[in-house]
Structure formats: structure tokens, C-alpha cells
Design a protein around this ligand. Sequence first.
Ligand code: ZN
Ligand code: ZN
Length: 380
Amino acid sequence: MPGGFSPDDDLYAVLGVSESVTDKELKSAYRKLAQKWHPDTNRSDPEAEEQFKRINAAYDVLKDADKRREYDEFRRMVKSGAFRSGGPGGAHFTGQQVRYEDFSDLFGGGAFDDLLREFMSGAGQGGAGARSQRPRGPRRGGDVEATLHLSFRDAMSGVTTQVAVPGDYACDRCDGSGAEPGSDVRACPTCGGHGTVSETQGFFAFSRPCPDCGGVGMRIDKPCKQCHGGGTERRTRKVKVAIPAGVKDGARVRVKGRGEPGFGDAPAGDLYVRVHVAADPRFRRQGDDLRVSVKVPFETMALGGTVKAPTLDGDVTLKVARGTPAGRVMKVSGRGAPRSRGGGHGDLLVALDVDVPPDLPEDAAEALRHYADVVSRETA
Ligand SMILES: [Zn+2]
Ligand SMILES: [Zn+2]
């Protein structure tokens, strides 16, 4: 590598000075090091020449006020973590003699590209036929989320239904190539099929997505009429999903492999179905238990008897003990909601409410007055 720099090098450290070094101090530090490592005085040391080059290259940047300012800015951005590693289109960094070609590990890809694009303010507008940057090579399809509204009953019993899943799919007219069927797809002449172009601005040299092909590396002579060259189109497809019995409101049901299709040989993403369960007028869910309240005539509570309570499948008859207080909760084992894990059902909890007739027939009212008389005499 010219200059012998590694991406980790800090130009200040190479010269053994601090960031706040003055021009004079810099010059003196440089002179001392240059003397020390000069190849003529270190003939037996092969490392010396490399070191000498590094010193010169670093000094070349730092002695120039403009370059130094750019380098400081660059360094600040690196330290702030604005750059992420990995991916194509990485930036490298050049001075006259310094050339950081191997910065891709440090600065490649995503966040840095975005930053530079902003930095360049509009330098990289996509030209004709530009499409969203589709990565080359296999890539797993994206996960998608869909929403499903279920009635309480369907949630209890489980249901197999269809959900509408919007997503980007390969255009069926051009099979995703973006080219009108029968027309040619050539390597982009601007970038030679690389998808990126290099540009130097001041002290920075970096690659950015090719403005003519949008980073795809292909030139389409006749864009597909249906997708306008994009190769994908937004479609809503119906996906069959089996929702397990007992699904809870707000649950996310995963349907493997039914998300967006993968690129190349990569697998499709997953579909996540967000389930909304409507409230039921009678049953209220509490974990895997169901609560329901029933009205029981006063005389049944007082004298004992039976009362019918609803369950998910048909009524059950409950025995009410003599002298049952209002609000008592009776448990019917195993008649609650299907358990989302482990099988079986929760319990049904039946709250007994006293039924007060809004309009009592006169003879019943008379009997009740008589009852009241008796009770007050007894307790007097
Ligand atoms: Zn191109
Ligand atoms: Zn198409």
C-alpha cells in the first residue's frame, strides 16, 4: 500500500503529536522523525523506509491547513461512529501521497453512504431507469406484517382464513428484470457494470451509486411498461393463515416463509399476523380463564336452587346453595379459553348477580311486603 498506512492509523499519532499541535511543533516533530527514519541512515532496516513514507505522508496532510481541517472533520465523523463497516461503495480517503484504499472495512456501506450523499447534497440523483438500489446476490426476503380482526368466537375456536399482505413482488411482465420483454439489458456504460462511480472532492475520494443506473450496474434500453424499469411492483396477495384456538388479542402469529420473496436463492421472509380480537358482550377473558356474570333471582340465592350459565359451547346448570351472597364467583373447571400453550382449557368463572325485577306483578309485590314484615318482626 503506498505510504504504508493501515486504516487504523492516526496521522497525528504517526508523527507523535497531539491534535492541537501548532504548525511549528508539527514541523519540528516531522524533522526529527524524518531524520531518524531516513532510508539513507537506516540501510539495514527494511522497516525504516516504510516508516519514513508514513511520516512523510502524514506530514503532507497535516502541514496543509485545508487538508488538515478536512482530515479533522473526517476523523471526528469516524469517532462519532457515523461510519459503519461492511458493504460495497465504501469511501476511501486520499491526499497527495496518502491513499487510504483499505478503508472499506472501516467505512463501507449504509450510514456512511447516506452521510456522504447528504454531504454531496444531490450529487447522486438517479438517472433514467434508475431503480431503488437492489442488492446483487442472494438476500432473504423481508418480513411483513398483516393485521387480522377476529370475532371473539373465532379466536376461541381457532380459524383458518386469508389475510391481505401488501408487498413488493417481481413484476410479472418482465420477471423482475425491469426490461421490456424482448429488449436488451446491457452493462451500464457509465460505471461499466460496477454500479458505483468514484469521485474526488477535495481531500475525499469515495464511490457512490452510479447516477445512470442507480447502482444496479445494468442499462435497460426499454424499461418494462408495467413496472417502469423497477422490476418490482406493489401487490396485495392473499395468504392463508391458520390461527390457533385461544389466540389472544394483540398476539403475533408467525407464518414462516410467507413474507416478501428472497432475492436469488435466498429464502422468503416471514409473515407476522397481528391479531385483534373483538370484545364479547358476555365473556371477558382473563388469561386463559373466562369470566361471565349471570343474574340469579333473589329467592334462588336465598333458598337455594339452580341457575344456567353460558359456556363457549352451550349452557351449564350450576347449583346455588341456600343463602348465597350476591357477587359470589363459582368456578367451572376446564370451560374457559383454550390454553395457548400446553393444551386444555382455562376455567369459567361465573359471578352471581342478584336479579331485581324492574316491574314486579302486584301479587308478587304483596308477598314481598309480607316477607319484609316478617323479617322486621324477627329482627326486632
Ligand atoms: Zn451505472
Ligand atoms: Zn416489469
